[in-house]
Design a protein around this ligand. Structure first.
Ligand code: 6MZ
Length: 340
């Protein structure tokens, strides 16, 4: 585990409200409800998917309710954003693309929600220079088209003020009963402003939707579990990177086991692929742990792990200058390790 912690890491698929540790949940509960709130401990259990528990993807989405309640005020949202960045930095993540869905709450407008997250990222990044953080504001498919339009308009407005942080958009959330083509029309507006697209793609079986997402021009593939046949060939030809979230997929039962995870096939097949945590709080993992699973389960060696992270630099939405700096970090790291 020591090696996996030490290796500089890049995280490209992490949802803010899914990335709250037990400690952060407790602290947020104390801020919002006071230290003696008896409900807190029980709800933390609700938020986590514990080992051995087997849920469907639909059931997994229920888990976020708890975090959403705790982060519905500016104070707690800023606290949560800070804590998540600190946790990634403590795991030696040197570059993070965080995602979150702007929400109107009892205490905040969507704009306040997003600027709270953005301002916190700016502040924390100055305090922790070892990590570079970007934001991909999300559209939650389950919230419908009007919310999606609002989010895109807001992001287009704010990306002028925060061009160094907002790099793209994410399409996520429970997809059931929705159609990508409706969201694609809305997302085009953000895409034509130069924002990159990181769509959840192929998280469930729907070849036509995956094809539509490729035609739309997704820059990365979130999960990509059910991509096959012609679509898989298109992904290979275009070199569209897959964001693989091992533990997330196992715990949400979209893959049957680590062994059966599509990462192995993609890695062996020379696809562009990276490893991500998705929701490290809910799934009780870290990026270091996900990398150690790659060695244990798929036989990657330590050089492969470094290569995997170095490859990931090219899949980020960072500027060329930032990518160069990341390369330097890896070159420095490689000079410090000796393989036997
Ligand atoms: C699709 C997911 C997800 O935005 O409130 N989210 N969407 N598939 C997944 N795989 C398990 N995990 C998380 O973070 C929580 C939100 O991220 C999306 C869902 O919309 C969830 O409500 P934010 O910060």
């Amino acid at each position: 585990m020591d090696f996996f912690r030490k290796v500089p890491k890049i995280e490209l698929h992490a949802h803010l409200n899914g990335s709250l540790s037990n400690r952060t949940l407790k602290e947020l509960g104390a801020i919002k409800y006071g230290k003696d709130d008896p409900a807190t401990t029980a709800d933390e259990c609700f938020y986590k998917i514990t080992t051995g528990q087997s849920l469907t993807l639909k059931e997994c989405f229920q888990k976020f309710k708890y975090a959403h309640d705790l982060t519905d005020q500016q104070e707690t949202l800023a606290y949560a954003t800070r804590a998540v960045i600190q946790d990634f930095a403590a795991d030696n993540v040197v570059y993070l693309e965080l995602r979150t869905t702007p929400k109107t709450t009892a205490h905040m407008s969507k704009k306040q929600y997003l600027t709270t997250v953005l301002d916190t990222i700016r502040k924390v990044q100055n305090e922790i220079p070892s990590i570079t953080v970007k934001l991909l504001p999300s559209i939650d498919r389950s919230k419908g088209l009007q919310e999606a339009e609002e989010n895109v308009s807001l992001v287009v407005e704010l990306c002028e003020e925060y061009p160094d942080i907002i790099k793209g958009m994410d399409l996520s959330g429970a997809p059931f009963g929705t159609s990508f083509s409706d969201f694609g029309v809305i997302l085009k507006k953000a895409q034509s402003c130069g924002l990159k697209m990181a769509l959840h793609c192929g998280e469930f079986e729907d070849d036509d939707e995956i094809r539509d997402m490729f035609e739309f021009g997704t820059d990365r593939i979130g999960h990509g579990t059910f991509i096959r046949g012609t679509n898989l060939e298109v992904a290979r030809k275009r070199g569209i990177p897959f964001e693989c979230c091992l533990t997330s997929n196992v715990k949400c039962s979209t893959v049957s086991s680590y062994k059966e995870h599509h990462f192995k096939k993609l890695w062996d097949g020379g696809f562009a692929v990276c490893i991500c945590t998705d929701d490290f709080g809910v799934f009780d993992t870290t990026l270091s742990q996900e990398l150690s699973i790659c060695c244990e389960t798929y036989g990657l060696n330590l050089q492969d792990i470094i290569q995997l992270q170095e490859n990931t630099i090219h899949y980020t939405f960072a500027s060329e200058e930032e990518k160069q700096k990341l390369m330097e970090i890896f070159n420095n790291f490689k000079n410090t390790v000796k393989f036997v």
